[in-house]
Design a protein around this ligand. Sequence first.
Ligand code: SF4
Length: 238
Amino acid sequence: MSDAEQINLFDWQDPPAIPADHAVTPTPTLEEVSTNAHIPIPTGFYPDLDQLAAHCRQCQRCDLAPSRTHVVVSRGNPSASILIIGEGPGQQEDETGFPFVGRAGQLLDKILASVKLDSQKDVYICNIVKCRPPGNRVPTLEEAEACKPYLLEQIRLVNPKIILLTGATAVRGVTGDKRGITKIRGQWLTWQNYLCMPILHPAYLLRNPSPEPGKPKWQMWQDIQAVKAKLDELSRPS
Ligand code: SF4
């Protein structure tokens, strides 16, 4: 190598600046995540559902925290093929710490049992918000957005074959679809590669108990049979 070539090896050029959109975002701390709704929770933040649940119990990300008795994270089987998402905890859920345990929850268990699905073994149940909205009002957009990262992590960790979205709040909270639930119930849709079906909320059936064809209870019977048929199809060895 000539002297000139060797000297050229010492040439120095500043490395190109890293564009802002490629800058590494530091992983937030648990403290930051649980107190500030503007701090995003990165995908994969929680290694398992137990750590997610423990963290949710300390959460103060939204205005629902001060009035809750319990944070309501889930019930059922974390390895289930079906994940059911409701709106938010009611009084009995707030008191017990488990979702869908009041009258609507008992009806949901019966609906599942009608197609031989067990609510403890075959499904994992959670809600759009994990703390009870006062007076059972619909969660605000801000509350739903603050809580959504936990739900996304639950979906990732359970990784179900099918997601059931019970009622308009669940549909809107997960997919952003604002259409009325009576328009889209029973229709399969794909969200983030997950097969989802919007269904009526069991509380709506309690208020509309007629089993006549075309009525909400009859519609639920059609929908849950379609869900079971799809689950059987997906579970069949190929
Ligand atoms: S509803 Fe969700 S975001 Fe709000 S305090 Fe409860 S766990 Fe945290």
